[in-house]
Design a protein around this ligand. Structure first.
Ligand code: SAH
Length: 378
C-alpha cells in the first residue's frame, strides 16, 4: 500500500555548475510525501518503515495539520526526526504573495510549491465561517474563454497533499479555522480526479482537518463522465457545475468542453448525481454583457432546468463576469444581473447573486498567478 504513495521528488538543491552553464541534475529521490497519506497509510508507514509504535502516527498527523516541519516535531526524539526526514518530506506550499482586501478582509494567497510552480487560494470570511477557495491544478486545459487560469494551459496536476497543503498553510498563516472548502481556484478538479478524490478524503478525515464533506464544494466545467464516477464515490460534497449558458451554441462558444459533453449530456449526468447522492446540484452562471444575460435567456434557462430536473431542487449562482485583460468580455450591469435573477425566481428556479468579496484584490480566477508569471517572464 505504501509503495503506491511513494512520490518522486526532484531535489532542487542539486544544481551543478558545468562549463559556464547551469545544468539541473535532478537527483530522483524516492521519498514518502506525508501530506498525501491517508491515516491508515501513515500508520503503516510509521510501523513498517520507521519501526515505531502507531501512536507516533497520531503525533505526526497532529503536527502536519498545524503546518509544522519535521524538525519542529519536538515530541519525537531527535533520532526519529532524522530518520523521518530521510524517508519522507512534506509538500507544504510557501506563501509567495499575499493580498488583503481593504473592503472586507478577504485574503488572496499565491502559493509556491517545491518545484517553484504557483497557484492561488482565497480566504473568504462569511457569517457561517471561513471558506478557502483552493486550486487543484497548476494552470488548466479547459480553455474557457472568460477565464485567466487557462490562458497558459495546464502545467501539471497537484497531488492530494499539495492541495491539502493550501488549507493547512492558510489556516496556519491566518490563525483562523477554515470550516468550508470550495474547489473553485485554478484548475479543473475532475481533470485531476484521483488526487482530488484523495484530497476530499484527507481533508474530511477525523484524524486530519476534519472538515465535514457537506462543507466542501467541487466546481466543474462539466466533465459528464467524471460526474457519473463521482456519484458512485459515496460522498456528501456539493457539486457545482459551471453552466454559463442556456443553449449549446452559446456554451460551446465560451466553453470548449461543451463540444465533448453538451448541455443535454451534462444535465442528465447532473440529474443522475442527484438521484444517486440526494445532494442538490448548484449551477454557476457568469453573466457576460450581451452574451448570455438577456431576460429571454433567463426564461430559457428556467425552462431548460425544469425540463431536466422537474421538481428536483437546484440552485443557480449568478456572478457578473470578472473582466480578464486578455478577453473582451465585460460584466453585465447591476440592474441586468438583478433582473436576470428575478426572472429565474419568478419562473420557479432558486437563484441568488453571488456576493462579491475582495473586489479590490480581485483579479479573477488565475489572474494573480498570471501577473506574477509576466513579472518573472520579463
Ligand atoms: N474548472 C472548474 C473550477 C475552477 S473555476 C470550473 O470550471 O468550474 C471556478 C468558477 O469560476 C467557475 O464557475 C468558472 O467558470 C468561474 N470563472 C472563471 N473565470 C471567471 C471570470 N473571469 N469571471 C467570473 N467567473 C469566472
Amino acid at each position: 500500500m505504501i509503495e503506491i504513495r511513494k512520490t518522486v521528488c526532484y531535489n532542487k538543491n542539486d544544481i551543478l555548475f558545468i562549463g559556464g552553464a547551469f545544468c539541473f541534475l535532478r537527483s530522483v529521490l524516492t521519498m514518502i510525501e506525508l501530506l498525501s497519506l491517508e491515516y491508515n497509510e501513515l500508520r503503516a508507514f510509521v510501523e513498517n518503515e520507521l519501526g515505531e509504535s502507531s501512536f507516533r502516527a497520531n503525533q505526526i498527523s497532529e503536527w502536519i495539520c498545524r503546518g509544522a516541519s519535521i524538525e519542529d516535531m519536538t515530541n519525537l526524539s531527535k533520532s526519529l526526526r532524522e530518520k523521518l526526514a530521510q524517508e519522507a518530506f512534506i509538500a507544504y506550499p510557501k506563501i509567495r504573495k499575499k493580498l488583503i482586501s481593504k473592503i472586507d478582509g478577504t485574503v488572496k494567497y499565491l502559493f509556491e510549491y517545491l518545484d517553484g510552480e504557483t497557484v492561488e487560494g482565497v480566504l473568504m470570511r462569511y457569517d457561517h465561517g471561513n471558506t478557502l477557495c483552493v486550486s487543484t491544478q497548476v494552470g488548466c486545459r479547459m480553455g474557457c474563454r472568460f477565464c485567466a487560469s487557462t490562458i497558459g494551459g495546464k502545467v501539471r496536476d497537484l497531488s492530494s497533499g499539495e492541495i491539502l497543503g493550501q488549507v493547512i498553510i492558510a489556516q496556519k498563516e491566518s490563525g483562523e479555522r477554515i470550516s468550508n472548502i470550495v474547489m473553485m481556484g485554478i484548475g479543473e478538479p475532475l481533470d485531476n480526479y484521483d488526487n482530488v478524490l484523495r484530497f476530499i478524503k484527507l481533508v474530511s478525515d477525523e484524524h486530519g482537518l476534519n472538515i465535514g464533506q457537506r462543507h466542501i464544494s467541487l466546481s466543474t466545467s462539466g466533465l459528464a463522465d467524471k460526474i457519473d464516477a463521482l456519484a458512485n464515490e459515496d460522498l456528501q460534497i456539493t457539486l457545482s457545475v459551471s453552466l454559463h449558458a442556456f443553449d449549446d451554441k452559446t456554451r460551446s462558444s465560451i466553453m470548449p468542453v461543451n463540444n465533448k459533453w453538451n448541455i443535454d449530456v451534462l444535465l442528465k449526468a447532473c440529474k443522475r448525481y442527484f438521484d444517486k447522492t440526494g445532494r442538490r446540484v448548484s449551477f454557476e452562471y457568469t453573466l457576460i454583457n450581451g452574451k448570455n444575460d438577456s431576460l429571454e435567456g433567463a426564461r430559457q434557462l428556467s425552462i431548460l432546468l425544469k425540463r431536466y430536473f422537474g421538481k428536483t431542487p437546484v440552485h443557480v449562482n449568478l456572478i457578473p463576469v470578472n473582466q480578464v485583460s486578455e478577453s473582451s468580455f465585460t460584466a453585465s450591469g447591476r440592474g441586468k444581473v438583478n433582473a436576470f435573477c428575478a426572472e429565474l425566481c419568478q419562473n420557479g428556479v432558486n437563484a441568488t447573486v453571488r456576493r462579491k468579496l475582495g473586489d479590490d484584490i480581485s483579479a479573477a480566477c488565475g489572474q494573480l498567478r498570471r501577473r506574477e508569471m509576466q513579472i518573472f517572464d520579463t
